[in-house]
Design a protein around this ligand. Structure first.
Ligand SMILES: [Zn+2]
Length: 290
């Protein structure tokens, strides 16, 4: 069943064999999720951990092979389990840095998110045993700049989109954007609950487009894409928003609009995984248009 196989997201076991070079200083382990590693002379930055300690160990192996210095920063694009729960595999000396909003959201919600993931499969349940977090070493409000030695990573909090505390990373010298779930290719975006913001998402797309990144390393799906994908995501959302508002004006319920638009987009993008995400996006448009 090739169509079905194609429609599945990657499985949660990361492999060092899937390590790719993006640019002079940036590497990515392609998987679920894609994990970026930025290597400077003075320090290394890892973006996201993989799901649970076992995946975190794989990320650390890859990091140790690439690193030119023992100084290691870890940041996370958002609090969801596959991005954060491998933290304990990182050494105690690793400097954990994230934005304040994401940390607060994580404290409140990562437990429930892990529970949801544990229910998805026996493998997830196994990977998410005995997850431990420690307090971050550095919290920032809007932006943090990390001089990694010959390469600079700027960490941004730009307001809610996929979650409340989404963080994006721009590697200046290489012109590489690591946008979390905000810019992805051939995947239906996810607005999992009322914390997700379409307005915020569109505003972030404008901001990152202005950076003119040479490469984008999304969290899910293809691990290396170009800047044209920003416009593709914007066009997708504007079309979805217009269609949802049209149905709302006609008096169609959010639930029925979700079903209708899901069917339409499934037909339009038959190879994209997780079409069940569309209903949540439609619901956000209904909730957030006043
Ligand atoms: Zn997520």
């Amino acid at each position: 069943m090739p169509a079905l196989a194609k429609a599945q997201l990657k499985q949660p076991l990361l492999s060092e064999n899937d390590l790719k070079r993006v640019s002079d200083h940036v590497y990515v382990i392609e998987g679920f999720p894609n994990v970026a590693i930025v290597v400077g002379i003075r320090a290394t930055l890892v973006v996201d951990t993989g799901l649970g300690e076992r995946n975190g160990v794989t990320v650390m192996h890859a990091e140790q092979k690439l690193a030119k210095s023992p100084i290691l920063y870890l940041t996370t694009t958002h609090y969801h389990s596959e991005h954060t729960t491998g933290e304990q595999a990182f050494p105690a000396s690793a400097i954990i840095i994230r934005n304040t909003v994401q940390q607060e959201e994580m404290n409140k919600s990562v437990g429930a998110h892990m529970d949801a993931f544990r229910k998805m499969s026996a493998q997830n349940l196994d990977l998410l045993q005995n997850v431990k977090f420690r307090p971050p070493d550095v919290l920032f409000d809007r932006e943090a700049k990390l001089d990694l030695g010959g390469v600079t990573a700027r960490l941004f909090y730009v307001g809610p989109a996929h979650t409340k505390g989404d963080e994006l990373i721009f590697v200046e010298e290489d012109s590489v954007l690591i946008p979390g779930d905000i810019v992805q290719k051939n995947i239906f975006p996810i607005m999992p609950n009322a914390d997700a913001s379409l307005k915020g998402w569109l505003a972030i797309l404008d901001q990152v487009e202005a950076l003119h990144p040479k490469f984008i390393v999304p969290d899910h799906g293809p691990a290396i894409v170009d800047a044209s994908q920003i416009g593709v995501v914007r066009t997708y959302f504007l079309a979805l928003q217009a269609r949802a508002l049209d149905l709302k004006k006609q008096g169609v319920s959010a639930e029925d609009a979700g079903k209708t638009i899901t069917a339409e987009l499934k037909a339009k993008y038959p190879d994209w995984p997780n079409p069940n995400n569309v209903a949540g996006e439609v619901l956000r448009v209904y909730e957030q248009s006043q």
